[in-house]
Design a protein around this ligand. Structure first.
Ligand code: DGL
Length: 268
């Protein structure tokens, strides 16, 4: 069991921001990643559809030897919460770990949240923040175009299209005077530099994928489930659409070329 893999899923490539952190902090772990690239985006879909997709994604990972599952997707974590269909192994989404860090980081009690439409509509981050500290003021903003921009590689710092759209989305959050901004969708760290530039120097950005990865390490430590191999772990990637497209874009998320096997799979 200890040397089983950590299973990570997302609607597409965003969950790779969690994989990048896992590789850095848990280098001996094997990781099995599933990106549902054939059905992305999840962010504009109904809660019923997101729930069905999340169940199928988790079921796919469970066909492999996994000891923990991470829903590295802000939309799934927001809509489905604690994934009640995963009860026999450790599980985490991104919302709770990210909120815990953001609440610790804020000095002025004003936190911004950016995410998909479904995430913002769910109010998941606000609910969790107010559970931890009801005095914190939250400004939430959906950024529906970001996922498309990121999945299509519009990520360079000077990209005029991404900058124009980001300016439109981020202006109300900046004007609310937040000192901490939750990147509530795991795709957004890829355009972190643009977001940081537009938000200004004093604003701390929190990556939901990275926070979920750190929390996963704590869970595995607590349950004595960390791998005991001496060698580096391996990453194996499954996607429901083109592997070529995945390999081309994954480098933006991992900040290095994909190392590991990449397979196309079908959920049916
Ligand atoms: N990475 C997903 C999230 O964190 C992307 C959302 C989508 O598929 O629209 O919400």
């Amino acid at each position: 069991m200890k040397n089983d893999a950590i299973g990570v899923f997302d609607s597409g490539l965003g969950g790779l921001t969690a994989v990048k952190e896992l590789n850095a902090i848990l280098p001996h772990e094997n990781i099995i990643y599933f990106g549902d690239t054939a059905r992305i985006p999840y962010g504009g879909r109904s809660p019923e559809t997101v729930m069905r997709y999340a169940k199928e994604d988790a079921a796919f990972l469970r066909q492999h030897a996994v000891k923990m599952i991470i829903a590295a997707c802000g939309t799934v974590s927001s809509v489905v919460g604690d994934c009640p269909f995963i009860i026999d192994m450790p599980f985490t989404g991104v919302v709770c770990p990210t909120v815990r860090t953001a609440v610790k980081e804020t000095h002025n009690g004003k936190i911004g949240v950016i995410g998909t439409l479904a995430t913002v509509r769910s109010g998941s981050y606000e609910k969790e923040i107010s559970r931890l500290d009801p005095n914190i003021v939250v400004t939430a903003q959906s950024c529906p175009m970001f996922v498309h921009l990121v999945e299509n590689g519009y990520t360079d710092f000077e990209n005029p299209v991404t900058r124009l759209i980001a300016e439109e989305y981020l202006t109300p959050v900046r004007e609310a005077g937040v000192d901490t901004l939750i990147l509530g969708c795991t795709h957004y760290p890829v355009i972190r530099d643009i977001i940081a530039d537009l938000m200004g120097d004093g604003v701390k950005l929190i990556s939901s994928g990275a926070e979920a990865a750190k929390y996963a390490r704590c869970c595995l430590e607590e349950q004595d489930l960390l791998a005991d191999r001496e060698t580096d772990g391996e990453n194996t990637y499954y996607v429901s659409d083109s592997t070529e497209q995945f390999v081309e874009n994954a480098g933006h998320f991992l900040e290095q070329n994909v190392v590991g096997k990449v397979f196309r799979c079908s959920l049916q």
